[in-house]
Structure formats: C-alpha cells, structure tokens
Ligand binder design. Structure first.
Ligand SMILES: *[C@@H]1O[C@H](CO)[C@@H](O)[C@H](O)[C@H]1NC(C)=O
Ligand SMILES: *[C@@H]1O[C@H](CO)[C@@H](O)[C@H](O)[C@H]1NC(C)=O
Ligand SMILES: *[C@@H]1O[C@H](CO)[C@@H](O)[C@H](O)[C@H]1NC(C)=O
Ligand SMILES: *[C@@H]1O[C@H](CO)[C@@H](O)[C@H](O)[C@H]1NC(C)=O
Ligand SMILES: *[C@@H]1O[C@H](CO)[C@@H](O)[C@H](O)[C@H]1NC(C)=O
Ligand SMILES: *[C@@H]1O[C@H](CO)[C@@H](O)[C@H](O)[C@H]1NC(C)=O
Length: 626
C-alpha cells in the first residue's frame, strides 16, 4: 500500500509531461483517432493515413481497403477485419485484389501476433516453409466451421505465424498459391474452436517522429522548436527543447525521466517524496530519525548480501579459465554505458532480444544484447556458459566480453563491430559488396565456424548461422556473432524439444526428422548464406512465387534446370569476366553441396574453408596475370 502510494507520488512528481501542438484528428463517428493516425492532411501525421468513411475507420491497402475494428495507441497497433469467404466457395473476397498488400513504404506492418490460415492451396505450397501437414490446425478450422466447408474439397491448407516466416507486408492470395485465408490474433490453438477469437489481423505502426511544422507558430506549446529535419531535407519538425524528449506514444515532449523504470532510476525521488509527506506531522523529527536508521540498516544488509553474491558470481566466471576472463558487468554499469537503454542506442532486435550500442567507462565500444533466455537455465548455468564462450577467440568471431545477470534479463556484452550485418549490405540496394568482397566474406565466415567446430573446447555449434548474424568491420572483414547463444536457452542438449531452433529458411531439414542440430546443421545454414551472397536475395521471401519462397529450394530447382547463372545477382553477373563467372558457378555448387538433404553428404566446415580457398585462388591467379 505504502509503496504503491510512494510510487504513485513519484510518478506525479517526475513524469509530468508537457503538451506540444499536436493536431489530433477529430473523432470518426464515435471512435477517437489517436496520434499519429491521420484522417486528413491537416491532422495527425499525414504518413499514417487512414480513412474515415461515414463514421467508420478504414485502412487502405495497395489494392483494397479493410474496416478498422479497434485501435490500441499504447501498443501502436490496430486490428482490421480480414476479408471473408465468398459464399459457397473457398475463395476470399479480396482474391481479385491479390489479398492484403500493404504499401511497404508506409509505416505499417503485420505483427507476429497473427496466426494466418491459408486455404485452398496448390501442391507447390508443400515445398514452402509453412506448416501444411495434416496436423496443421487449418484442418481443424475447416472441419468445424460451416462457412468454410467448401474448403474441405481443396485438401491442402497451411498455417503460419506472421512476422517471423512471412513478408510482413502482405498476405498473398492468388491462383499460384492459396485462394483463401483467415487470420487470428494471439491464437491459442490448443483451445477448442468455440473459444477462438473473431478473425482479425493486427497491424503495427512505427513510432512517429516529431510533428511537422511550417514555422515556430505550429509548435506553439513553447516546449519545442521548429527546425529542419536532419534526416529529410526540406522538412521541418517541432523538436523538443533541451531537457525534454519526444514521447511518440503520447505525442508530447516529456521530461527525460520515464515512469516505467526500475527503482534504480527513480530511487532518489522515492525518499524525497516520503520525507516531504511526513514532515507535516508533529513528531516528524522523531519519525524521520527512526526511518533513517531503519533505512540505513536495511541498506547495509542489502549491500552486504549483494557484495557476497557478486563475489560468488565472479568466482564462477573466472573458474579455471585459461584464456581471457569473462567480466561480470553490473546493471548500473550497463545502464550508464547504454544511456539507460535509450532508443537511439538500439542497434537492432532479433530472435534473441534487443541489442544496444554502449560505451564503457574506459571508452570501449560494446554491443549489449538483452538475451531472451526464458528461465530454462539458472544464473549459475548462464555464468558457466558465458565463461566458456568468453574463452573463444578468433579474428572472424565477435568476442564475448562478459555478461550481466543482475537485471531481470541476462545480458551479454560483446565487442562492437561497426559496419552492419551482411544482410544489411546485401539488401536495400546497397550492392557495395563486389565479388571479391563476397568471396572474402564467405571465407571469413567459414573460418570462424570451422574454428568453433574444430578448435573450440568443447566444440561449439552455432545453431543460428544467417546473414544477419554475420557482422562486417570497417575493412569488410566478416565476424560471426551470437555463436553458442542457443546453448544458453535450453536445459539439456540431449532433450532438444520440438520447439524449433534456428531461423526459418536456414534450418537444416534433417532437424525435422530427429530434432538434433549438429555441426552439419551449421554447414547447411552456411550454404544458405552463400546463396544470399550470390543472389542478394532473402532466405525466405514471399515476394517470390510460392514455389520459390525458400531460397534453397529455388536455387536447387534452377540448378537442376541448368539455369544456375540466372539466379546470380544481375549486378554481379553482368559484366563479369569468364573467370569470375566460373568462380560464381563454383561457389554456387559448393553452396548446393552444403545444402545436401542428407547430413553425411554435406562437407565439413574445414572442407568448406579449403574449397573456398581454392576458389579464391582461381579468382586471384587470373588477376595477377591480367
Ligand atoms: C455514438 O454513441 C451514441 C451514444 O453512446 C450512440 O447513441 C450512437 O448510436 C453512436 N453512434 C455510432 C455511429 O456508433
Ligand atoms: C495491386 O496493386 C498493384 C500496385 O497498385 C498492382 O501492380 C497489382 O497488379 C495489383 N494486383 C492486383 C491483383 O490487382
Ligand atoms: C506507397 O506509399 C508511398 C508513400 O506515400 C507513395 O509514394 C507510393 O506511391 C505508394 N505506392 C503505391 C504503389 O501506391
Ligand atoms: C504443424 O502443426 C502441427 C499442429 O500445431 C504440429 O503438430 C506439427 O508438428 C507441425 N508440423 C511442422 C512440420 O511444423
Ligand atoms: C514492424 O514494425 C515494427 C515497429 O516499427 C518493428 O519493430 C518491426 O521490426 C517490424 N517488423 C518487420 C518484420 O518489419
Ligand atoms: C513546458 O514544460 C514545462 C516543464 O516541462 C511545463 O511546466 C510547461 O507547462 C510546459 N509549457 C507548455 C506551454 O506546455
């Protein structure tokens, strides 16, 4: 009670926000339109356009529009009603528009809370990474839903979770794929069908930047200044004045202290509030003295216990470590290094959580990864794994420096590699990587992995090799990151559950047979990375025709049709010398060798390194001659 009151008081004291001139859109019918959603050019943020049509809100997609059922400004999400089946068919009414296609340049995408059921699919979908098996619950749905009974005549249906496996801007419906779909938000498929939610599709919007302005008059709140946007020329925005920060959810300039922080952040004011409240009493002085003594005693006890714990943890981390010792970072240290995990330090978010850039007190740049490890492992086990991983050193591996287990989520601290991931370099039309760069990236990566497999003791299987886990430094040397992280997430190596590890599109197909990942699983994933280097295409891309969604399947088919050169990135292939073409083909065939269905037919990582060295040898020998 008392504590709740204190926190409440603290919140009032420190979190008062101040208004910026935001032109909120008027209600649409009875529904309010929260910032930044915009129903006209004069209100909201115009790039977050929705439409108010006779009292109801609509979301326009490229070819169609869908009614908005609800809006949740706090989570920046809204729910639309997907199209339904045309009567007596297994075809949704939006099939003529190609399904739901969001304009990918707009700030909306489809969230991973959606479970999509695809109906009436062609057999080609069986090759896709979607779950089209007989046990997939799209069958349960068809069997129990009278309006979907026409779908019983079309035996192939598939299920997938959006976001992770699908392009997050579209649910494609067409003859060459599936003709109908439905979608459910936060579906728990183990519940009986009668408890399933209404069909819905959840869409998320990106946090809006500061509001646009023409002149200072538009920022009349007095807490912001109309200034040119450094990231977009010709555009001006109301930037918050010093001491205030932009809160994109409330759409205001708020004071820098945020409310949801751990007591650490607001600790000082707690006591101020307590004391302020009590001084009004007559015996205030006595009570203050008493409280001070109690606080001091408690403080000392807590401090002693903490120090003991830290000594124990450091003991585990340094136990019989031969190489560099792992460091135990404190929560305070990491908060300071990352400016309290501020948004502008966020480097990315992936399967294992968020990564922030940090600068330690001594000036060392680091990447701090908040690991999503679940609670499968105890703190001691996490520390032990970190100790092992910290002893792994190789120029093609991103070094782990230590960890922090004191905040509610374990954090790994890595050396900082400045130049982005291989995926970044291959996408966004940034074809900055020449063929010889790519060969070198392939070689570096293979060497890093071969080191993990053959030189680390105990051997380490990466288990999540992918182009977004390979970083480049400013000399374009490749460094593999996140190795061994998945070891931390599970309880026992011999009992890997059916819960899929790794990333769709990179995952060893044999994993589905025996649920075990080996060094050859890394070889498979590396084969997919080689294909990405050759084609500059994504491992899974729903923008490709349904049978080519999976890059490995696609290239394999093209190779069988003797058209392997057609999949090489045009920018690489056009103008390449005969010798370059030969080395491209050679690398493509090495990739296909790594992608052999049977593990025993794939080369080991050592053999892969040798093969790439051979290819590089050919590429450079000619260079020398010409
Ligand atoms: C708006 O709310 C009023 C009062 O709650 C209700 O009578 C009216 O039917 C609502 N209008 C719409 C369009 O929902
Ligand atoms: C959907 O719209 C896009 C762009 O407006 C267009 O290229 C495409 O052909 C349309 N698709 C269908 C199925 O109408
Ligand atoms: C997508 O949105 C952008 C930005 O509003 C717009 O310029 C573009 O024309 C849209 N694309 C299509 C195909 O409508
Ligand atoms: C497909 O989904 C069903 C039901 O959730 C599950 O039992 C099955 O293992 C899944 N199959 C694959 C290949 O993921
Ligand atoms: C969708 O948008 C959200 C909000 O910006 C972002 O965090 C998320 O990564 C996006 N998802 C994809 C798959 O682009
Ligand atoms: C500006 O911010 C201060 C403190 O953050 C607040 O007290 C004041 O009311 C704000 N001014 C306006 C006009 O919102």
């Amino acid at each position: 009670m008392e504590k709740a009151f204190l926190i409440f008081t603290t919140a009032l004291l420190t979190c008062a926000a101040s208004g910026v001139s935001l032109k909120l859109c008027p209600n649409c019918g009875n529904t309010s339109v929260p910032y930044p959603l915009s129903t006209s050019a004069e209100c909201g943020d115009p790039s977050y356009k929705i439409r108010c049509s006779s009292g109801s809100l609509m979301l326009d997609t490229l070819n169609n529009s869908y009614p908005i059922h609800s809006i949740h400004p706090q989570t920046q999400r809204l729910l639309i009603r997907p199209a339904s089946l045309l009567s007596n068919t297994c075809v949704t009414s939006d099939k003529i528009h190609g399904g739901i296609l969001l304009n990918s340049t707009l700030p909306f995408n489809i969230t991973s809370s959606n479970t999509i059921l695809y109906f009436n699919c062609t057999p080609i979908l069986l090759l896709s990474p979607l779950n089209c098996s007989f046990s997939s619950f799209c069958h349960t749905y068809i069997n129990a839903t009278p309006s979907a009974s026409p779908c019983l005549l079309a035996p192939i249906c598939c299920t997938f979770r959006a976001g992770g496996s699908s392009n997050s801007y579209m649910i494609r419906v067409r003859d060459a794929g599936c003709s109908a779909y439905s979608s459910f938000v936060n579906l728990n498929p183990s519940l009986p069908l009668t408890s399933w939610p209404e069909p819905g599709l959840e869409i998320q919007w990106v946090s809006p930047p500061e509001p646009l302005c023409g002149s200072q008059l538009d920022c009349e709140g007095g807490n912001s200044t109309c200034a040119p946007d450094p990231s977009r020329s010709g555009v001006k925005r109301c930037f918050c004045n010093a001491g205030l920060v932009w809160d994109p959810i409330q759409g205001v300039c708020a004071e820098k202290i945020t409310c949801q922080q751990s007591p650490d952040g607001c600790g000082g004011s707690d006591r101020t509030a307590l004391i302020a409240g009590l001084t009004s009493g007559i015996s205030a002085a006595v009570i203050i003295a008493l409280v001070a003594v109690l606080l001091y005693k408690r403080h000392r006890r807590v401090k002693e216990a903490q120090e003991r714990l830290i000594r124990e943890r450091e003991g585990i981390l340094n136990a019989s470590g031969a190489g560099r010792a792992a460091k135990l970072f404190s929560g305070k240290e990491l908060k300071k290094a990352t400016n309290n995990f501020s948004r502008d330090r966020l480097l990315g978010a992936g399967g294992y959580g968020e990564v922030y850039k940090g600068v330690l007190q001594d000036g060392t740049a680091v990447a701090v990864k908040c690991a999503k490890l679940g609670n499968a492992k105890s703190t001691d086990q996490v520390l032990n794994e970190v100790r092992i991983l910290c002893q792994v050193h190789h120029r093609n591996l991103v070094g782990l420096l230590g960890c922090c287990v004191e905040l509610d989520q374990p954090m790994m601290v890595y050396e900082f590699v400045e130049n982005g991931t291989v995926l970044d370099h291959l996408s966004k039309g940034r074809s900055s990587l020449t063929w010889s760069h790519r060969l070198r990236v392939a070689h570096d990566t293979a060497q890093g992995l071969a080191y993990l497999h053959f030189s680390a003791v105990p051997p380490i299987y990466h288990r999540d090799v992918k182009s977004s886990n390979i970083l480049l430094d400013n000399k374009l040397n490749a460094k593999v990151s996140d190795f061994g992280l998945s070891r931390l997430a599970e309880t026992d190596l011999s009992h890997i559950s059916t819960c899929a590890q790794g990333t769709l599109g990179y995952l060893d197909p044999e994993y589905y047979r025996n649920y075990q990942l080996t060094d050859k699983s890394d070889v498979y994933s590396f084969g997919v990375v080689l294909l990405e280097l050759l084609t500059a295409q994504r491992a899974i891309d729903f923008n490709r025709p349904a049978d080519d969604v999976n890059l490995a399947v696609y290239v394999h088919r093209m190779a069988e049709e003797e058209k392997v050169m057609e999949v090489i990135e045009p920018g690489l292939r056009n103008g390449a010398t005969t010798l370059e073409v030969d080395t491209m083909k050679a690398l493509a065939f090495l990739a296909l060798g790594c992608l052999e269905e049977r593990r025993q037919n794939r080369p080991s990582m050592k053999e892969v390194v040798e093969e790439i060295e051979y290819i590089i040898g050919i590429a450079t020998s000619k260079h020398a001659q010409s």
